[in-house]
Design a protein around this ligand. Structure first.
Ligand code: NOJ
Length: 560
């Protein structure tokens, strides 16, 4: 089958199923709920849905601990409900991408159960090592979620590796049988009609031979350099490509620590091993590496990261653009302003939706959902959140520790979707599995539907425009005001069109001067957050004001 690279024109919408919409009233989001909302999703003009895991799971990490790769959890409605959603989405011209979580399984997966009993052929499906004794792990690696990366198993009499939770043992990808299993899973879903995969921490699947100790100097994540971009990664991804290249699908690899140059090793060249990569750099505008090591938000840092990716992949690869997903707190609470929630939400939307690449919108982002601040750690659900609280900064005063959690917890992105101002925000007829953000009476889909100035309608219009304008797909990228900490101004330029995007990130009014060669009166104002008259080439931008202009060049520029 010919691969059409449809993803280059697509906009994705991510669903974290547990909190999207409950269709059967048990308090847990499900596929019946998604089915009800397919028409809503269509109104966003998106082309594809990425589902966070829907497989049967004990939910130690909410679905990222898979018990059966070829089924759909009963909690979500089972296979029948999935097929209905798949067909319903396809009928509406929306593709469906599954999460492929193959760095690890659940410890309740039958493979692991058999492996711990030493049964063939599963004996070497996981990474087992002896260690000096029960209490001494085979090396000093840290788990990213729970203490050390090894757990001693009584039954097997050995330690197993778990880079994430204890209940998420790492698969041994060096075992060819395991790779065959992965290919079988891929074929299974692609044959069923799904349109691709988002591949969970795929750059961790190959571990360095001998599993050497990581640097002792690191305070956390010891060992990462021995499993991130490991020795056989390209080989294994290339094997997987043999399967998916036979389908018109997309592959999106989640890749912590990836840089543009590194990304091109995977997505560049004639036979890429992945179509797109999810880098974490765009999440580092207010932190070092991850949200638990915060610093003040720096627009300049964020802009330079965006620029590096736009330029770094130009003509060689394709960007994956996002501001939120289920692993990061809400972006308005981080990079924007809760006080100017709608305005800053619009500035953020325009900042990334007109860049080159494939954008994704995360559920609730389109209505400007914000972070939650729960009083005690006991009210949080997420394993990573709890781990951070109990393991790091434990000597700080309680209030400070909770502030860290408020700022960084993934649970802020996992509160139920706010559909309306009624009970439980219209998410469920029953008691929701997790707390609803109390701001749902002001922040919800129903209220924004009919309001032409709402964030929701701004997203719709921005997505519609981006798909209508070839310059967004093909144009070059250039930044103005690069070192200005209050403004993000960028240009997309093709032979006949120039798009100028102007976003203020300031709670105060900012004076703006159009870049040289731009007469704003001659441009068409396609999108604006405040809608005030403009005079001349300079004007004052209101807090978080956003404008998107299109210029048609009568004499096409020679250089492009
Ligand atoms: C990345 C996923 O996005 C995250 O939610 C999960 O906890 C880890 N990988 C482990 O699977």
């Amino acid at each position: 089958m010919e691969r059409t690279l449809w993803y280059k024109d697509a906009v994705f919408y991510q669903i974290w199923p547990r909190s999207f919409k409950d269709g059967n009233g048990d308090g847990i989001g499900d596929l019946m709920g998604v089915y009800e909302k397919l028409d809503y999703i269509k109104t966003l003009h998106v082309d594809a849905i990425w589902f966070s895991p829907l497989y049967p799971s004990p939910n130690a990490d909410y679905g990222y601990d898979v018990m059966d790769y070829m089924d759909i959890s009963i909690e979500y409605g089972g296979m029948e409900a999935f097929k209905k959603v798949l067909d319903g989405a396809h009928e509406r011209g929306i593709r469906v991408v599954m999460d492929l979580v193959v760095n690890h399984t659940s410890d309740e997966h039958p493979w692991f159960q058999a492996s711990r009993r030493g049964e063939e052929p599963y004996k070497d499906y996981y990474i087992w090592r002896k260690g000096a004794d029960e209490k001494t792990p085979p090396n000093n690696w840290d788990s990213l979620f729970e203490g050390r990366a090894w757990r001693y198993d009584e039954e097997r009499g050995e330690h197993y590796l778990h880079l994430f939770a204890v209940k998420q043992p790492d698969l041994n990808m060096d075992n060819p049988r395991v790779r065959e299993e992965v290919k079988k899973i891929m074929r299974f879903w692609l044959d069923l009609g799904v349109d691709g995969f988002r591949e969970d921490v795929i750059t961790f699947i190959s571990k360095r031979e001998g599993l050497p100790d990581g640097s002792k100097l690191l305070p956390a994540a010891k060992g990462m350099s021995h499993y991130s971009n490991g020795p056989h990664l390209h080989e294994y991804l290339s094997e997987f490509r043999d399967i998916w290249e036979q389908y018109d699908c997309v592959t999106i690899g989640e890749a912590p620590l990836v840089t543009p140059r590194k990304a091109l090793e995977f997505i560049g060249g004639k036979r890429p091993e992945l179509d797109l990569m999810i880098s974490f750099e765009c999440m580092e505008g207010d932190c070092f590496m991850q949200e638990y090591i915060p610093h003040r938000f720096s627009l300049v840092k964020l802009k330079l990261i965006w620029e590096r990716w736009q330029k770094g992949l130009r003509d060689k690869g394709w960007n994956f653009l996002y501001l939120e997903n289920h692993d990061h707190p809400r972006v308005i609470s981080r990079y924007g302003s809760e006080k100017y929630r709608v305005e800053s939400g619009k500035a953020l939307a325009a900042s990334y939706l007109f860049q080159q690449g494939t954008p994704m919108i995360y559920q609730g982002q389109e209505i400007g959902m914000t972070n939650i601040r729960l009083a005690t750690i006991g009210e949080y659900e997420d394993i990573q959140t709890k781990n951070h609280y109990h393991r790091y900064f434990t000597r700080e005063p309680e209030a400070k520790r909770m502030e860290r959690i408020w700022r960084a917890s993934r649970d802020s992105a996992r509160t139920p979707m706010q559909w309306d101002g009624g009970e439980h925000a219209g998410f469920s007829a029953g008691e929701p599995w997790f707390v609803v953000n109390p701001n749902y009476t002001e922040v919800n889909v129903a209220d924004q539907e009919g309001d032409p100035d709402s964030l929701l309608n701004f997203y719709r219009e921005a997505v519609r425009l981006r798909k209508e304008l070839p310059v967004v797909r093909y144009g070059s990228f250039r930044q103005y005001e690069r070192l200005n900490g209050k403004l993000f101004v960028y240009e997309r330029r093709s032979k006949a069109q120039r798009l100028l995007v102007i976003c203020s990130y300031s709670e105060e009014a900012v004076r703006f001067r159009a870049p040289r060669g731009y007469d704003l009166k001659k441009g068409r104002l396609l999108l604006h957050s405040h809608g005030e008259e403009i005079d001349g080439s300079g004007f004052t931008l209101q807090p978080y004001e956003t404008r998107v202009y299109l210029f048609q060049d009568r004499r096409p520029r020679a250089e492009i």
